[in-house]
Design a protein around this ligand. Structure first.
Ligand code: HEM
Ligand code: FES
Length: 751
C-alpha cells in the first residue's frame, strides 16, 4: 500500500474540498487502492468505475446505503419504537429481485410521461423566485434549492396536497446521515425523525390505497402491485415512498447548488447562458460532470476478481469515485476544464450507469434546467456574495454546499422594465443535451489556399477565449447550411487560440465543401461541435506507419507531429493524384522530411500497399485516413497482421434515408439496463433507445462520426456506417446506433 493510499481520508480536507482533484494522484498512479481508513477499495478511473457499474452481479449494490458509521444501540431502539422496517428498495436491491421491479415501475420516468411534470416544476420554481426576487440578497439553498426538489419529489410520487407540508417537515428533519459520521447524540435525533417519517409515509400510503387512481409514481406502484404482487410487495411500497423522496431530494438540491456556484464563479459562462438559453441543457450536463452531487457510490464484491489489474477478493467493499471518473483525462479531454459545450459531458457517471442507473435523471435534469432558466432570465445580474466560505457536510458520497449566498441590485431587475419577460419560456430538453446546447460559435480568421482545390481555414473563439483541448486524431463537426460536416484538426494541439482544418472542394459536394470554398469569408461565423476523437493515437506502440490519401493527411499530420515529439519511430506515406493537389506538403517536408514518402499517381510512383505491409512487424501500428478505396486496400493488406494493428478514419458517408418499406422491426436487449426495446421499421436504434430513457450521444446521425457507437454482445449487425473497418464489422463488436440495424430479429447490446 502506498503512503498516499494509507493517508486517504474521505472525511478529511482535500476530498471534502474537491474530491476529483484530491484523487488525481490515484487516477495517474494507483487507480485502484485499498483505504485502511474506511476499509474500502477505492476505484478512481472512468473505465474501471463504469465497468463496476456494469456488472451488478459481481459488484452487488446491496451496500449502497449502508451506514459507514455503525448505528448506536440507542438509535436502533428509537427506530424500533416506530416499527421502522425499511427494506431494500431499488438502488440497493440485488438481482434477480431488482430488475423485474425496476422494469414494471419505470414507465412514469420515460420522456413521454415526464413532459407532464414540466408545468408543475416551472410553477413551483416561479413561486420561490417570486418570494425573493426583490430582496437583493439570498441564500439560494435555503430559499429555493433545498425545498423545490423536495416538493417536486412529493408531487412526482403523488403525495396528496394536504399531506405535503407534514411530509416535507419530516423529510427535511430526516436528512439521514447515511454517508457521514454523526455523533452518538445526533444519531438518536436522526432516528426519531426517520421513525416519524416512516410512520407518516405508511399513513399516506394507506390513504393512496383507498383510491389509487391518481397521478404519481406511488399510485402507479399500487396499481402495478395489484397485477404483480410478488414483484412489488407491501414492504417495498412503504420503503419506496421514503427512499424515493430521499433519492430525488438531496441529490437534486445539491447538484443545483453545485451548478449555481460553478456557473457564478465562471462569470463569462453565466453571461453566455443568460444571453442564450439554448445552452442551458449542455450547462446542466457539464455541471453534473464537473461538480456532481454524487461524489462516490458503493458496491460489494461477490467473487474474487480484478479491477484495473488489481486483484480484489470476494467480500471487499468498493468506493467507486464517480467524481474522479468524471474528471479522468483518459475519457474527457482536458477533464478539469469547465466547458458547457463539451460534446461528451453526458458520459458522466454522476447518475451511475447500467441496470441501476438513476431512474430520476431526466426529472433532475428538467429541474436544473428550469432553475437556471428562471434565474438567468429574471436575475442575470446575480453574483456570488464575495469572500463567502463554502462548507460541505462531511461525507463520502453526497456533495453540495450548505449555502450559496448571492446578491444583486433589485432596482436593475429586468422584469421591472420589461414585464413581458415573465411570459417567455425556453423549452426543456428531456434527456441528452440538444445539439444546439453543445454548439459553439467560432470566427473565421483566415482562409488560405494550401494546394489545388484545398484551403486551410483558421478558426478562433470570437471573444478570444481558448478553444477546448484536443488530441491528434480529433475532428470537429461544423454546420454548413443544412449539413453537418466532420473535419479533422490539423494545427498545433498546444495552441488553443486557434483551430485549423483543411477543406478539399469535392466535385460531388452536397454543399459542405463548396460552401467553404465559394461562400465562406474571413470574418464569418461558423457553428462547431466537438472536438471528438474516435481515431485515437495509441502512444504505447514502438513504431508507426501513417498512410494518408489526399485530404486524409489532416489527422495524420497531427499524429505524426505528436509521435515525433515523443521520440518514436515512424514513417508517413502520403498518396495523391498529383503533388499540386496535395495539401500541407511544405509543412510535412519541413517537419518530417526524412520520414515522408510522397506517392503521386501523376508521377507514376503509386504506393504499393501490399509490399509495404507484406511482413507484420511486432509493436507497429498503422494509422490511415483517406478515400474508401485506400482504406479497403489497407484492410486487405493487413489481414495477416495482428487484429488491432490497423486504425482508419473515413470521411464520407454513403448512407441513404431510412425507408420503412424495406426495413424490418427488431428487438434490442440491453444487457446492462435489463431492458428489451423494440425498434420499429421506421425508427433508428438511437430513437428507440432515447424513448426508453437510455442516453446515447449522437452528432452526424449519418454513420460518419462514431459518437453513437455502442458495444454489441450478441446478434448480427447490418452495418451501415463508415466508421468501422471491414474487420471491425466482421468482429461484430459494436454498432453505430444512428444508422445500423439488426440482420435478424434481435441484438444484444452492452448498455
Ligand atoms: C439511483 C444519482 C435524482 C430516483 C441513483 C443512483 C445514483 C443517483 C448515483 C445509483 C445508480 C447506480 O447504482 O448505478 C442521482 C443524482 C440526482 C438524482 C445525482 C440528481 C442530480 C433523482 C430523482 C429521482 C431519483 C429526481 C426520482 C424522482 C432514483 C431511483 C434510483 C436512483 C429510483 C434507483 C434505481 C435502481 O436502482 O434501479 N440516483 N439521482 N434520482 N435514483 Fe437518482
Ligand atoms: Fe455519427 Fe452515429 S451519430 S455515427
Amino acid at each position: 500500500m502506498s503512503a498516499r493510499a494509507a493517508a486517504f481520508d474521505p472525511f478529511g480536507g482535500a476530498y471534502q474540498v474537491d474530491p476529483a482533484a484530491s484523487l488525481r494522484w490515484s487516477r495517474d498512479e494507483e487507480p485502484v487502492f485499498y483505504s485502511p481508513e474506511i476499509g474500502y477499495w477505492v476505484v478512481t478511473r472512468y473505465e474501471d468505475v463504469k465497468a463496476v457499474f456494469r456488472d451488478n452481479i459481481l459488484f452487488s449494490p446491496s451496500i449502497a446505503l449502508e451506514k459507514i458509521t455503525p448505528v448506536s444501540d440507542e438509535a436502533t431502539a428509537t427506530l424500533a419504537k416506530y416499527d421502522y422496517a425499511m427494506a431494500r428498495t431499488l438502488v440497493n436491491e440485488d438481482e434477480p429481485a431488482h430488475m423485474p421491479r425496476r422494469r414494471v415501475l419505470m414507465d412514469p420516468f420515460t420522456p413521454k410521461e415526464l413532459v407532464h411534470h414540466e408545468p408543475m416544476v416551472r410553477r413551483l420554481t416561479r413561486e420561490y423566485v417570486d418570494r425573493f426576487v426583490d430582496t437583493g440578497r439570498v441564500d439560494l439553498v435555503d430559499e429555493m434549492l433545498w425545498e423545490v426538489p423536495l416538493t417536486v419529489a412529493l408531487h412526482f410520487l403523488g403525495v396528496p396536497e394536504e399531506d405535503m407540508d407534514t411530509m416535507r417537515e419530516y423529510s427535511i428533519a430526516h436528512t439521514v446521515n447515511t454517508w457521514g459520521r454523526p455523533a452518538p447524540e445526533e444519531q438518536v435525533a436522526v432516528a426519531e425523525a426517520v421513525g416519524k417519517f416512516w410512520q407518516y409515509a405508511g399513513q399516506v400510503l394507506e390513504k393512496m390505497r383507498q383510491d389509487p387512481s391518481g397521478h404519481g409514481w406511488m399510485p402507479y406502484g399500487i396499481r402495478v402491485q395489484k397485477e404483480q404482487p410478488d414483484v412489488v410487495t407491501d414492504s417495498y411500497l412503504h420503503s419506496m415512498m421514503m427512499a424515493g423522496i430521499v433519492a430525488a431530494h438531496e441529490t437534486t438540491a445539491n447538484a443545483s447548488a453545485n451548478a449555481f456556484r460553478l456557473l457564478l464563479e465562471n462569470r463569462s459562462v453565466w453571461e453566455e447562458i443568460c444571453a442564450d438559453p439554448s445552452l442551458i441543457s449542455g450547462a446542466v450536463e457539464e455541471c453534473l460532470r464537473h461538480s456532481g452531487s454524487v461524489a462516490a457510490w458503493r458496491r460489494l464484491v461477490t467473487a474474487d476478481t480484478t479491477i484495473g489489474g488489481v486483484d480484489i477478493p470476494a467480500g471487499s467493499k468498493l468506493l467507486i469515485a464517480t467524481s474522479s471518473a468524471n474528471r479522468d483525462d483518459r475519457h474527457f479531454e482536458g477533464a478539469d476544464d469547465f466547458d458547457i459545450r463539451r460534446e461528451n459531458s453526458s458520459d458522466h457517471l454522476t447518475f451511475g450507469f447500467g441496470g441501476h442507473q438513476c431512474l430520476g435523471k431526466n426529472l433532475a435534469r428538467m429541474e436544473m434546467q428550469i432553475f437556471l432558466e428562471e434565474l438567468t432570465t429574471r436575475l442575470p445580474h446575480l453574483e456570488l456574495v464575495p469572500d463567502q466560505e463554502f462548507t460541505y457536510l462531511p461525507n463520502t458520497s453526497f456533495r453540495g454546499p450548505d449555502h450559496v449566498w448571492v446578491q444583486w441590485d433589485p432596482a436593475a431587475n429586468p422584469e421591472r422594465r420589461n414585464p413581458a419577460l415573465l411570459g417567455r419560456r425556453h423549452p426543456v430538453t428531456i434527456g441528452e443535451p440538444s445539439k444546439a446546447a453543445v454548439s459553439r460559435t467560432v470566427g473565421v480568421d483566415a482562409i488560405t489556399p494550401v494546394a489545388d482545390g484545398v484551403v486551410r481555414v483558421t478558426l478562433s473563439d470570437p471573444s478570444g477565449r481558448p478553444l477546448p483541448r484536443w488530441t491528434p486524431g480529433s475532428h470537429v463537426d461544423i454546420d454548413l447550411g443544412e449539413l453537418s460536416r466532420q473535419y479533422s484538426l490539423c494545427g498545433d494541439p498546444n495552441d488553443l487560440s486557434v483551430y485549423e482544418i483543411a477543406v478539399l472542394e469535392e466535385p460531388e459536394s452536397r454543399g459542405g465543401s463548396r460552401y467553404v470554398h465559394r461562400t465562406l469569408q474571413v470574418g464569418d461565423s461558423l457553428t462547431l461541435r466537438g472536438p471528438r476523437n474516435h481515431f485515437r493515437l495509441d502512444t504505447d506502440a514502438d513504431r508507426y506507419v501513417f498512410v494518408a490519401g489526399g485530404i486524409g493527411i489532416t489527422p495524420i499530420l497531427a499524429m505524426a507531429d505528436h509521435v515525433k515529439a515523443i521520440g518514436k519511430d515512424y514513417e508517413i506515406h502520403y498518396c495523391g493524384r498529383d503533388v499540386t493537389t496535395m495539401a500541407l506538403l511544405d509543412r510535412l517536408r519541413a517537419d518530417h522530411g526524412d520520414r515522408l514518402a510522397v506517392h503521386s499517381s501523376a508521377a507514376g510512383n503509386r504506393l504499393d500497399i501490399a509490399a509495404l505491409l507484406a511482413d507484420p512487424v511486432a509493436g507497429t501500428q498503422i494509422y490511415s485516413c483517406g478515400p474508401d478505396r485506400l482504406l479497403t486496400a489497407l484492410d486487405e493488406a493487413t489481414a495477416h497482421w495482428p487484429e488491432d494493428a490497423l486504425h482508419v478514419e473515413h470521411f464520407t458517408s454513403n448512407l441513404t434515408t431510412l425507408d420503412p418499406a424495406n426495413e424490418h422491426a427488431f428487438e434490442v436487449e440491453l444487457r446492462d439496463s435489463g431492458l428489451t426495446v423494440t425498434v420499429a421499421a421506421d425508427q433508428t436504434v438511437l430513437d428507440a433507445l432515447r424513448a426508453s430513457n437510455i442516453d446515447v450521444q449522437s452528432d452526424c446521425e449519418e454513420g460518419l462520426c462514431g459518437s453513437c457507437e455502442v458495444p454489441v454482445l450478441d446478434g448480427e449487425v447490418d452495418h451501415r456506417d463508415v466508421v468501422l473497418t471491414k474487420t471491425e464489422r466482421a468482429q461484430n463488436k459494436s454498432i453505430m446506433t444512428c444508422c445500423s440495424r439488426a440482420c435478424g430479429s434481435a441484438l444484444t447490446l452492452a448498455l
